[in-house]
Design a protein around this ligand. Structure first.
Ligand code: TTP
Ligand code: MG
Ligand code: MG
Length: 460
C-alpha cells in the first residue's frame, strides 16, 4: 500500500489557526522533501566569534525568563499562594515537580525532583496539579508583547526568549529599552520576569539566572569572563548532572578553573562538548537568535499506491505518524501546540482539520488528538489517496514529556523507549496497533538533518 512518505519542517504562515477549522489544504504535497529554514545572521554556529555588527557596534542580546512560571500563573489565580512554598506537578506520590516557588527552593526542592522527595524536604508545601492550558495562554500573552516590541526574537521555551537588539544602541539606550519591555510585560500580565543582557546568548542566559528572582542584569562587553569566573560550572547551559559530576571528580567547581584550563585538556576529557563548554566558560558564543522559532512545524504524509477506504488501516498509519513525529519532537527538545490532520480523497479533494492544544510532546495525547480530528474529518467514506499529520506552533524546552501531567513512571517509560529508538532506529519500538504498518519511518533528526540526539535536559 505504501509509496511515498515525507517529513518536513516548515515555517508556518502568519495566520494563527483557531480550534477545529476546516482548511482547504495544499500543505501536504508528497513531492516535498525534508527541509529546514533557519535564518541566521550570516555566520555559522561554529565560526570564530564576531560580536560586532556591520557598523562595528557590539552585539546586544537579551535573555528573558519568567520567574517560577507555573507557580506565578497559579498565584495570579489564587493570591493566597503568594509568599508560600508552592509546588506544581504530579500530585501522586509517583509524580514529579514541574515548578516550585523560591520559598520551596530554600528547602532544597527543585524542578524534575520526585514529588515524594519534595514533600519530604518541605512538608508544608502546597501542592497543585496545575493546568497546562493556562500556562500556554500566559506564555502566548508574553510572546505577543515581545513580538510586538522586538526587532528579532526567539522563543526558546514555554517561558523564555532571546531578543537581538544589536544596533539599537545607536538610536536608543538598549538597556533602557530592555528594562521598559520587562516593565510592560509585568504590568500587562502581572507575571514576574527577569532578564540578562550581554553580547551573547550564553552570557545573557547565565545573567538571567543571576538576576532572578525579579531582577535584571547587564554584562558589558569585555566583562564577560570576569562575570562568569566566580560562578559554579553548573551554571553553564549544557552542563548537566553527569558532566557536573565529572568536573567535581576532577576537583573543579568554578567556571574560572575551566577558563584557565588548556583547551586541549578539555577536549581530551570531554570530547567535542569540552570545546563548546570551554568556549562558553570564556564567554565565547556567537550562536544567532533564531527568529520565529515557535513557528516551525513538522509533518509526515503518505500517498498510497492504491487508494484505500480501509479505516482501520488509515488509523494505524496516522497513529504511526503521530508516534514518530512525537518522538522527533522529544528528540529535538520541542513541544507542539497545534495538530493538523489532512485527508486527500481519490478525486484530489483535500481536507484538513486542526486543533490547538496545550504544549505537549506526549504520544498518548497527540495520538488521541489525531484520532479525534480524523474521526471528524473522514466523513465522505470514499477512497483516500493521502493522509498526513502536522504538528506546529512548536516551542523548545521539552523538559518532561508532558510538563506536569505524567508520573515518574510514564516519563521513564518514554525515555527508555526513546533510548532504544535512538540506538536501534525509530521503528524499534512500536505500539501494538501499528505493528504491521511499514514505510512511515525515518532515522535522521528532521530538525537539523543529523542523527537523532539525546536532548540536553535528559539525564545523560
Ligand atoms: P523554568 O524557567 O526552568 O523554571 P521556572 O520558571 O519555574 O523558575 P525560574 O524562576 O528558575 O525560571 O521552567 C519554566 C516552566 O517549565 C516551569 O515553571 C515548569 C516547567 N518545567 C517543567 O515542567 N519541568 C522541568 O523540569 C522544568 C525545568 C520546567
Ligand atoms: Mg522560568
Ligand atoms: Mg525557562
Amino acid at each position: 500500500m505504501t509509496t511515498t512518505t515525507d517529513i518536513k519542517i516548515i515555517n508556518d504562515s502568519d495566520t494563527q489557526p483557531s480550534e477545529h477549522i476546516d482548511l482547504p489544504s495544499s500543505d501536504f504535497d508528497s513531492r516535498e522533501t525534508t527541509s529546514s529554514r533557519i535564518v541566521s545572521r550570516g555566520f555559522s554556529k561554529e565560526s570564530q566569534i564576531t560580536d560586532l555588527d556591520s557598523f562595528g557596534t557590539p552585539n546586544s542580546i537579551i535573555h528573558m525568563d519568567l520567574d517560577t512560571f507555573f507557580v506565578s500563573c497559579e498565584r495570579l489565580l489564587e493570591p493566597k499562594l503568594n509568599g508560600k512554598p508552592v509546588l506544581v506537578g504530579g500530585t501522586s506520590d509517583r509524580g514529579v515537580v514541574s515548578a516550585c516557588s523560591y520559598e520551596a527552593r530554600q528547602f532544597g526542592v527543585h524542578s524534575a525532583m520526585p514529588m515524594r522527595m519534595a514533600k519530604q524536604l518541605c512538608p508544608e508545601a502546597i501542592v497543585i496539579r496545575g493546568n497546562s492550558s493556562i500556562y500556554s495562554k500566559y506564555s502566548n500573552l508574553v510572546t505577543d508583547i515581545i513580538k510586538e516590541e522586538s526587532p528579532l526574537y526567539e522563543k526558546s521555551s514555554i517561558d523564555e526568549f532571546y531578543i537581538d537588539i544589536t544596533g539599537m544602541d545607536r538610536f536608543h539606550g538598549s538597556y533602557k529599552w530592555a528594562s521598559e519591555l520587562r516593565q510592560r510585560i509585568m504590568k500587562e500580565t502581572h507575571l514576574p520576569i527577569s532578564f540578562g543582557m550581554s553580547t551573547s546568548k550564553t552570557v545573557s542566559k547565565v545573567g538571567t539566572g543571576e538576576a532572578k528572582p525579579n531582577g535584571q542584569i547587564q554584562v558589558l562587553k569585555g566583562n564577560e569572563k570576569n562575570f562568569l569566573a566566580p560562578l559554579s560550572i553548573k551554571k553553564i547551559p549544557m552542563v548537566g548532572d553527569k558532566t557536573y559530576r565529572k568536573f567535581r571528580s576532577m576537583g573543579i567547581e568554578k567556571i574560572q578553573t575551566v577558563q584557565e584550563m588548556p583547551l586541549e585538556l578539555m577536549e581530551r576529557v570531554f570530547g567535542k562538548n569540552g570545546v563548546v563548554i570551554w568556549k562558553k566558560a570564556n564567554g565565547i558564543d556567537n550562536s544567532p537568535v533564531i527568529p520565529f522559532h515557535d513557528r516551525k512545524s513538522i509533518s509526515s504524509s503518505l500517498t498510497f499506491e492504491r487508494d484505500t477506504i480501509d479505516v482501520r488501516k488509515l488509523k494505524e498509519i496516522l497513529t504511526t505518524m503521530a508516534e514518530k513525529l512525537a518522538f522527533y519532537l522529544r528528540n529535538g527538545d520541542k513541544l507542539t501546540s497545534i495538530v493538523t490532520v489532512t485527508v486527500r480523497y481519490s478525486d484530489f479533494d483535500t481536507r484538513s482539520r486542526q486543533m490547538r492544544i496545550p504544549y505537549t510532546a506526549n504520544d498518548h495525547t497527540l495520538i488521541a488528538t489525531v484520532m479525534n480530528l480524523f474521526n471528524q474529518l473522514y466523513q465522505r467514506r470514499v477512497m483516500a489517496r493521502l493522509v498526513g499529520v502536522r504538528f506546529s506552533g512548536l516551542v523548545g524546552g521539552g523538559y518532561q514529556i508532558n510538563l506536569f501531567e505524567d508520573s515518574e513512571r510514564t516519563i521513564k517509560l518514554y525515555q527508555a523507549m526513546d533510548k532504544v529508538r535512538n540506538r536501534f532506529g525509530q521503528g524499534a519500538v512500536k505500539r501494538a496497533v501499528t505493528m504491521d504498518t511499514r514505510g512511515v519511518g525515518q532515522t535522521s533528526n528532521p530538525f537539523n538533518g543529523e542523527a537523532p540526539v539525546i536532548p540536553a535536559h535528559r539525564r545523560q
